[in-house]
Design a protein around this ligand. Sequence first.
Ligand code: NAD
Length: 338
Amino acid sequence: MSIQVAINGYGTIGKRVADAVTLQPDMELVGVAKTSPNHEAELAVEKGYPLYAAVEERIELFEDAGIDLAGTVEELVSAADIVVDATPSGIGAENKSMYDDLDTPALYQGGEDADLVDTSFNARGNFEAAEGADHVRVVSCNTTGLSRLLAPLEEEYGIEKARVTLVRRGGDPAQSGRGPINDILPNPVSLPSHHGPDVNTIFPDIDIDTLGLKVPATLMHTHSVNVTLESTPTADEVRDVLDEQRRTFLIPEEHDIDGAGKLKEFAMDRGRPRADIWENCIWSESASMEGNDLYLFQAIHQESDVVPENVDAIRAVLSTADASDSIVRTNEAMGVGF
Ligand code: NAD
């Protein structure tokens, strides 16, 4: 029987994970839980996803909007083999005891604290750590992007030290209240930023310092990366290693893609759902070696890079595949890799 998956929180991440789950031959979406009967609730109904009430006191709002509910979130979680919690930061922690009471393993997202869970997760970085765990956190969009990049570099060349400046989008396109509108903010202003320690939840031994900025952009994050390697490959050799990974896309120079706007256009032209870009996008010509220092720029689509990772984390927790098998299956089913 296929893996029965529940999704609690049907927003930016939840709706994407729901669609990705329905594409997996070995998984079945039991349903999604929501708090409000907004356009996304209507979308879930249109897609035929059974809709459950995340909060009992709000059931009336769905009735008023004429949206039929299949039940409560507790009923949804009880019927599933695993729940993907994609609620706003901090709500996952509140939901943890419910998942425990219903004896259902749970995946959380990057907005939750690393201390909440048995292990943080990145498919390429530490798949095995999630096997049999009850509470697993799929790391944030930025940490996912960094883990995917660092994993093959560490394996192939060894990493002496990584230094990354993260130029972060102010908010997602639909987050009309976020900023800055006209500024460039060191954020967090204290250094190094929390992103490095977050990478250490996946790779405890990698020496990494990170700095963060926030800018008036919504489409993607951009990372300026310097990795001091333990050996001295040529830039072409590094490109070949990164090119072998389906979740790292080396933007060919001929594509004439100069930033996130053209990357999103590229994804739309190729029919990507919601113009999603699941892959790290590395500017091929930016990959340079100076001695044993590697430099490159990569763009990360914050709304979607964690989606294939959630799918892999489901298989990891339930021990139904090993890392390479799961990554290939997820990539094939979703069409990851340009
Ligand atoms: P979102 O606000 O877009 O979606 C969250 C959804 O959960 C909304 O539909 C909201 O109505 C619903 N919700 C609110 N309270 C709830 C409750 N008690 N029970 C069930 N549902 C509830 O948020 P998001 O961007 O999808 O973020 C979810 C998680 O994913 C956070 O931990 C966030 O840090 C992480 N994350 C977000 C991004 C991103 O760029 N948006 C990237 C990576 C990870």
